[in-house]
Design a protein around this ligand. Sequence first.
Ligand code: AMP
Ligand code: GLY
Length: 423
Amino acid sequence: MKVLVIGSGGREHAIIKKVSMSPRVSKIYCAPGNAGIAGEAECVDIAARNLIGLADFAEERSIDLTIVGMDDPLVAGIVDVFEERGLRIFGPRKNAAIIEGSKAFSKDLMKKYGIPSAAYETFDNPAAAIEYLKTSRYPIVLKADGLALGKGVLICADYPEAVDGVKRIMEDKQFGSAGDCLVVEEFMTGREVSVLAFCDGTRIAPMTSAQDHKRAKDGDKGLNTGGMGTFSPSPFYTKAIDAYCMEKIYQPTMDAMKREGRAFVGVLFVGLMLTKDGPKVLEYNARFGDPEAQVVLPRMKNDLVDVCEACIDGCLDKISLVFEENAAVCVVLASKGYPEHYEKGYQINGLDKFIGKEDYYVYHAGTKREGASIVTNGGRVLGVTAKGKHLQEARRKAYEATAWIDFKNKYMRTDIGKAIDEA
Ligand code: AMP
Ligand code: GLY
């Protein structure tokens, strides 16, 4: 069968690597892809937001299954466009992708259905938000309602910082129209865990857990980014916590979405905070996490195409997810300056060192081919993943492999997975 993957990051590279292992798949396309993906799939130059162009392409090439990696096209309704034309596509419809597309929607949903999360208020007027913040407890969390590349969250230490944050989000529109509405949320403390789950509209099957490192610098300092590295599984996410989350969070979220006439099909990403009062939802996303996918998918034993089809066909009960009894660590190699200003266009050396090395993966994110070379073309450039018997071994191997790669302005965190030592 022919598969089309939509997106151009490390997550999509990891999805494609996994899809390519399916004996059912004869041809993979990726729109728009990147220089690494081009080694395993035919890249087509159609932007991920060009929904009609993508549907035309899928029709012309008789694509049997389209997998959407990115949030943007999902929130814009790509699944609806494909379904109207009878094309098979894996992901939530627009009315379900809103669980990621609007934080106000997801907070209201959790409140209505009693799903544990932080206390909050929403505002569409900056003056009212500033008035409310006068009597708030600090630190406090400000979130732009809409999509903001994982960067629309500000943690404010005091009232002046919060006032400044409201202005940045709602008046200066630092995150564009995502800031038309503001969510003000109670600050929670605890360990963060990401759980990605396959959903068929009724049932939900969580994958193995992962932990992201969102801040740009060591010690969780610096700005929030899309993610600087991950490990899987999280040693803090115990079987008891998983059972609690299934009962209080995962299945109730599926039931709530169905009850609202927004049945969720695709991958639901639940960002959790393990607080002293139990796990609470930090955020939902409507797709695989990036870089979470870069540690979760290499550990998955199932055929990804079978699982996606079971979700689309509403028969996830026929699938039993199986993950390897090992661990994986991914270290993101970024361009110095990310997530703010950075330069690109620098030659990347050492990619060939990964060829033929079992348990080592180099997933491309911001890369581009220029003549005979591959050059940097984004903030997050590569994700270097290694698998090991346990987390310590996986981390040692992942950092060993980061040294194989060389490019000007290469930057990485040196403490990905440090929390493992406290487990
Ligand atoms: P989000 O995009 O909602 O996951 O937020 C990005 C990051 O901000 C999270 O991964 C947390 O580290 C932090 N964060 C978000 N909401 C809260 C909260 N209510 N309390 C503490 N930290 C938060
Ligand atoms: N790593 C967080 C995300 O994909 O949103």
